[in-house]
Design a protein around this ligand. Structure first.
Ligand SMILES: [Zn+2]
Length: 142
């Protein structure tokens, strides 16, 4: 079972402190690190490797779920921009990384690519307690 499938399984059992909200096709979860304040993910419930492998109606619904989550993050964290990343190179299970971006961090790297800061992520990991309180804070704004 892949890492994301494991997280989906614990989310379905109500044992995943990172869960903000369950959508029809996905779970909206807090990221393991908060190098970018408000960093979250939208993880697809089914193990599908590529967006094009989804049924058309699911493609649309999933994108709408991603947009709903992103709008909420914009409202709460007021970033100057949102970055959306759907790669699947490390864990080939459809998921979007939602990176709120701020003036300060956009200044740090001229490429503006959030993945160029990956070495910093481990210095900003959050524990389960912090994840749960952040998830509650975000969920309360729906
Ligand atoms: Zn999976």
């Amino acid at each position: 079972m892949c890492l994301i499938c494991e997280r989906i399984q614990s989310a379905k059992k109500g044992e995943n402190p990172y869960v903000i909200k369950e959508f029809k096709n996905s779970f909206f979860v807090v990221g393991d690190h908060q190098y970018f304040k408000g960093y979250c993910l939208m993880i697809l419930k089914d193990h599908v490797e590529d967006l094009t492998d989804l049924e058309e109606d699911v493609q649309l619904e999933y994108m709408q779920e991603v947009m709903e989550a992103a709008k909420l993050l914009k409202k709460i964290f007021k970033p100057v921009r949102m970055n959306y990343s759907c790669l699947g190179n490390f864990v080939p299970h459809v998921h979007f990384h939602l990176f709120p971006r701020y003036e300060e961090d956009l200044r740090l790297d001229e490429t503006k690519n959030p993945w160029h800061c990956i070495d910093e992520f481990k210095n900003h990991t959050i524990n389960e307690f912090e994840a749960r309180s952040l998830a509650k804070l975000i969920a309360s704004s729906f």
